[in-house]
Ligand binder design. Structure first.
Ligand code: TGC
Ligand code: FAD
Length: 390
């Protein structure tokens, strides 16, 4: 009988170093000890268990690929991926918090920020003493961020920020937000907006059926005054935010695996224990087909994620490869969650098992960081050289 553990059907663990395996053990232990006991209730209550942020900082999950001199862990990208898998095995909301902090806030501050900005923000973000948000999506521009309306107008040595961002993870609890806006020449610039600045508000979006243990909200800028110190000096153009997305999408390709594994393990155990017609439901061919297809999908996704990690560490991973992996692995995870929910029958809709929570979360994961269809079109463009989105 196949064990519950990871699963690891093709012995992908043999491709990992001892340090990778130890790191994964530490993150998995923390998720089991600190996150799992509170996450179901947080999701039911539609609240984010914010106390976990400091613990995650102490654990080293924020900016693992950022050099140690700025508070990161200086780890490779396989390590980053393994961290994301283990966090999302707990809940996509926990992985989301880490994705935003690491890839969407620390990454641009490190890559495009001034030395003063790096020193001011990165160590505090790494420790979880400061929470970050990333503002790209707007009410009228989601898949097409290049058409954004948020404006950065120059007045001598100062800048005025006007506009609104929507669907922003961590919005109302963030201490800083990396925000993308067009300057007087229509060029996209990145700015760092701090909580409490005059004209800046961040109302929370309520009533979500997905990612209920994550804070989502708006960022509204009504004449927020910024100085040169708030601008990221090292980047101009849409490539700036899209490069951050490449880092986050890479993490999601690994993260989705965690949710899928948790659903698969739960369904396998349930199928072996639940009896109908005098036999375990795992004995029926239709159940075995479901389990076999789930494990096949997980195994393919593990190999894709691992290979992408190697390419990323070698500096060879392309944005299009990352798109393919994000799309394929999240799609697999969502199908796995749906199938697991069916195996659990009525029990599958309750909070006694994590499956429905993962399933609902994954409906956001398949939409954010580029929708399922947008990633398909990115692959289509890579194959043909022809843009099909505009
Ligand atoms: P396009 O002309 O294709 O590209 C503009 C410039 O950007 C470069 N580029 C990239 N660079 C790095 N990484 C990538 N992934 C890149 N994709 C493109 C490109 O080479 C070009 O550079 P240059 O120097 O030649 O100017 O731009 P487009 O306007 O045609 O847009 C293409 C499209 C549709 C693929 C893109 O806009 C897109 O990806 N749309 C999806 C939007 C999206 O993913 N939004 C995510 C918002 S953040 C979020 O969801 C956070 S969830 C947080 C959580 O985990 O909780
Ligand atoms: P639209 O762009 O309006 O798309 C609607 C539908 O049209 C989709 O099915 C899409 O695939 C399809 N479509 C659009 N264009 C085309 C085309 N050319 N061809 C074919 N089909 C097309 N954004 C941030 O900036 N920061 C965050 O922290 C953040 N966090 C989020 C958290 C959550 C929980 C959610 C749900 C979203 C978050 N987002 C965030 C926003 C997310 O990135 C967007 O929702 C996503 O990019 C899609 O944009 P949209 O919702 O406006 O959909």
């Amino acid at each position: 009988m196949y064990p519950y553990a990871s699963p690891d059907y093709f012995l992908v663990d043999d491709l990992l170093t001892e340090e990778h395996v130890m790191l994964r053990r530490a993150i998995r232990d923390w998720v089991e000890r600190a996150a799992l006991p509170v996450i179901e209730d947080a999701a039911q209550q539609n609240t984010f268990p914010q106390h976990l942020i400091r613990e995650m900082g102490a654990l080293g999950v924020f900016g693992p690929f950022i050099p140690e001199e700025y508070g990161g862990a200086g780890m490779d990208h396989i390590s980053y991926g393994l961290i994301m898998t283990e966090l999302e095995r707990g809940d996509s909301a926990i992985r989301s918090a880490a994705s935003v902090q690491s890839s969407l806030v620390m990454f641009p501050v490190f890559e495009y920020g001034s030395e003063a900005q790096r020193r001011k923000y990165l160590p505090a973000l790494a420790r979880g003493e400061m929470i970050g948000a990333f503002g790209l999506t707007e009410p009228n521009h989601g898949s097409d961020p290049g058409s954004m309306e948020t404006r950065l107008t120059r007045h001598g040595g100062r800048y005025e920020l006007n506009g609104a961002k929507m669907w922003i993870t961590n919005a109302s609890i963030a201490d800083i937000a990396v925000v993308w806006a067009k300057d007087d020449e229509g060029v996209i610039r990145g700015v760092i907006v701090e909580k409490g600045m005059k004209g800046f508000t961040a109302p929370e979006t309520k009533g979500k059926w997905s990612l209920r243990a994550s804070v989502t909200g708006e960022l509204v800028f009504d004449g927020v005054i910024l100085t040169e110190d708030h601008l990221l000096p090292g980047i101009r153009g849409l490539r700036g935010p899209l490069s951050c997305l490449s880092s986050a999408r890479y993490g999601i390709a690994w993260g989705a695996l965690g949710a899928a594994m948790d659903c698969y393990n739960t369904a396998l155990r349930y199928a072996q224990e639940r009896h109908q017609f005098g036999r375990p439901i795992a004995s029926f061919q239709l159940t075995q087909k479901k389990l076999a297809e789930m494990l096949t999908g997980i195994t393919q996704a593990q190999l894709l994620a691992w290979r992408l990690g190697i390419l990323k560490d070698q500096g060879k991973a392309t944005p299009a490869q990352i798109s393919m992996a994000k799309r394929a692995n999240v799609d697999m995870a969502l199908r796995t969650a749906r199938t697991a929910r069916q195996i659990l029958g009525a029990m599958g809709i309750t909070g006694d098992f994590p499956v429905m929570r993962h399933l609902m979360n994954l409906e956001s994961v398949i939409t954010y960081e580029g929708t399922h269809d947008i990633h398909l079109l990115i692959t289509g463009h890579d194959i043909t050289g022809i843009h099909a989105f505009h």
